[in-house]
Design a binder for this molecule. Sequence first.
Ligand SMILES: Nc1ncnc2c1ncn2[C@@H]1O[C@H](COP(=O)(O)OP(=O)(O)O)[C@@H](O)[C@H]1O
Ligand SMILES: [Mg+2]
Length: 385
Amino acid sequence: MNNVSNLSIYAIQLFDASGKPLLEEGAEPVVPDEERIRRVLAGGVARHIENEGRYPMVGLPFPVNGESYALFVMLKSNELWMQSSREVNTELLTVFLIGSFLVLAAARFIVKPLLQLRDAAGRMAQGHFDVQLRTSRKDEIGQLNASFNEMARELAKLDRMRREFVANVSHEIQSPLTSISGFAKAMKQKRMSEESRMHYLTIIEEESDRLSRISHNLLRLSSLQHDRHSVQSAAFRLDEQLRNVVIALEPQWSSKEIDVELDLEPVTIHADEDQLSQVWTNLLGNGIKFTPVRGRVGIRAYIDDRSAIVRIADNGIGIPEDQRTDIFKPFHKADKARDRAVSGSGLGLSIVKQIVDMHKGEIRADEEPGGGSVFTVQLPLGREL
Ligand SMILES: Nc1ncnc2c1ncn2[C@@H]1O[C@H](COP(=O)(O)OP(=O)(O)O)[C@@H](O)[C@H]1O
Ligand SMILES: [Mg+2]
């Protein structure tokens, strides 16, 4: 009993029939009073949870060989519990502090960048495309920022292109309008020779035609760029189409006494006939326009590696090397000063490029040996051909 009493977190006290303690007197903080010992010896049970509940005790009758004894068991580990609860409290506090720190870290590393992203998106929604998020992070947030920056750059580029386009359109429309209104005002003068009147009227007529061409080309380009505008494919003879375009442009090349050379192999292609006719008209029109009087324009068509190749060459003024890709952009003219003399809005090659792209073909401009330019169009022959 002594051993058990010492071992456990319980203190055990045993009293004989006379109420004398049998076990060694330990350092038990609480000893049951005589009244309770008597009650237990008489066969009752005593419970005792005083002392602010720190040492709960229970007394039980403990008969051995007909003799009655009183056994009292006291829980003396409350101090232990209190100590451990203090430890638990310290641990809880530590966990709380670490938790708070983690929340702060999360706020700094996750919430803050997201708020920056939200603000940047808000600024972009108001039309400021110059926003760039600064980040050196490589994780998901870093990748998100990098994608956002990329998107902002692309949008800024598109916005710049849109502004340029609008500026170009207004400029192109403004110059014919200025001439028309200027010559119309001049014609209000009463005294004017019939010859000058005819001259002014011709200019007004030409400038109106130019306006109408610009608007027609703009509409055409916009409708081609529109997704819904699709390629109406049909099989037709490309060489015959090229011959027809040459015939249609006869007034232009014969008035400049230009020599048109044809080298056309029979080529059947599956493509949009109307659109391709526009391509050859624009390319041949340019060849004639940028070639001096009594110049030469050559058209070749042949099949190479399941593709139709059309080459339109001239011995005109040529295109500077650094302009050979830009000329396919809307309103781009290789030499602005020079082109004022030759009418044109710089939309023709953009339309050509758009149509060639829609046919999954390719177009490029090169220098023709001996001077001049050559445009090479490569088009897939199309299905089942
Ligand atoms: N065959 C050519 N020879 C020289 N320059 C050309 C030729 N074709 C096109 N260009 C250049 O490319 C520019 C764009 O051509 P295009 O889009 O057809 O516009 P436009 O004919 O209305 O000027 C022309 O202004 C011209 O500077
Ligand atoms: Mg043109």
